[in-house]
Ligand binder design. Structure first.
Ligand code: ADP
Length: 309
């Protein structure tokens, strides 16, 4: 997950897309740099696919501008897309043909000149080389998804755009896709733009991310910083919440108190303060039965996801 901070691969400026009265994407600004695995996160209906469809020129923006590799997407569409690989919807294959044959046909349709060696190379890359002769109808959903990724990689694109690539996969299949993304970034120096509605998915692989909701940006930045443990919300479960409250009163802890429900107190404190507060409570005769940390970003993301569903 190296960064070459100087080179912009995707530059999205004031991008909007309306469907009649609905602002599916509303004045979005995004910069993706060379070498980034960029997480494009948002609950269902947030506007991720609409944005990706605009990046791939499948639909036209209502307003705004997109540059990829420093070139205007509207003006230099073909030369840009030649260097982009994408999986958008569920990849479609001929079930009765082999994995190899499918890739051969798809590369012919795409107009790229792809050698047999290259087809085997990408099958190797996605872990399907041993099954290259098998009919695709015998493949699991995860294998088909990896074959989709193989197809997107055939022409060795510099930028890879993946729209929810792990949807419908079991945990093992999800991990395989994650490992592949990490490999593409780390070893092959590709830039990856990855959409997801699962925070965990993004934080495992991305170095930078944006959270969008209702078409607009809500949170963005370096994944590490956004998930920094210094920004914790911690719930202490205690035997006597009234007593605990009075113990905290007139101490600096009371300023960090966010809320009390039943026998639970929620505080905004840093990781290093958790043990100290626990000791303070116990020394003052409060029994602490559990301590549950929640990262504020996770909490925030859960909230907007619940609102959306
Ligand atoms: P996401 O990919 O984040 O789940 P989408 O980009 O698919 O979200 O959708 C954003 C919003 O735009 C949703 O409210 C969706 O119903 C709406 N939308 C998407 N495509 C169309 C379309 N072709 N016509 C009308 N509304 C659409």
């Amino acid at each position: 997950m190296e960064n070459f901070k100087d080179e912009l691969i995707i530059e999205i400026k004031n991008l909007s897309k309306n469907f009649k009265n609905l602002k599916a994407v509303d004045n979005l600004n995004i910069n993706v740099f060379k070498g980034d695995v960029f997480g494009f996160l948002g609950p269902n209906g947030a506007g991720k696919s609409t944005t990706i469809r605009m990046l791939l020129t499948l639909i036209k923006p209502t307003k705004g501008n997109i540059k990829i590799f420093g070139k205007d997407l509207q003006k230099e569409r073909l030369s840009i897309l030649r260097n982009v690989g994408a999986i958008v919807e569920k990849p479609d294959f001929y079930g009765y043909l082999s994995a190899y044959k499918n890739l051969e046909i798809l590369s012919r349709i795409s107009g790229h000149d792809i050698s047999k060696k290259r087809i085997m190379e990408v099958l190797e890359l996605v872990g399907l080389a041993e099954r290259y002769k098998s009919k695709v109808k015998t493949f699991s959903h995860g294998m088909k998804q990896r074959l989709g990724l193989a197809q997107a990689l055939l022409h060795d694109p510099e930028l890879i755009i993946l729209d929810e690539p792990t949807t419908g996969l079991d945990p093992m299949g999800m991990k395989e896709i994650r490992d592949l993304i990490i490999h593409l970034s780390r070893d092959q120096k590709k830039t990856v733009f990855l959409s997801s509605h699962i925070l965990y998915e993004v934080e495992q692989v991305a170095n930078r991310m944006i959270i969008i909701n209702k078409g607009t940006a809500r949170v963005e930045g370096a994944v590490k910083e956004l998930l920094d443990a210094s920004n914790l919300s911690v719930t202490f479960e205690v035997n006597d919440v009234e007593k605990a409250k009075s113990v905290l009163l007139n101490t600096t802890w009371s300023q960090k108190l966010k809320g009390i429900t039943n026998n639970k107190m929620e505080l905004s404190i840093s990781n290093s303060d958790v043990a100290m507060l626990n000791r303070f409570l116990v020394e003052n005769g409060i029994d602490v039965s559990s301590i549950i940390p929640t990262r504020s970003l996770e909490e925030y993301f859960l909230k907007i996801t619940e609102e959306a569903s």
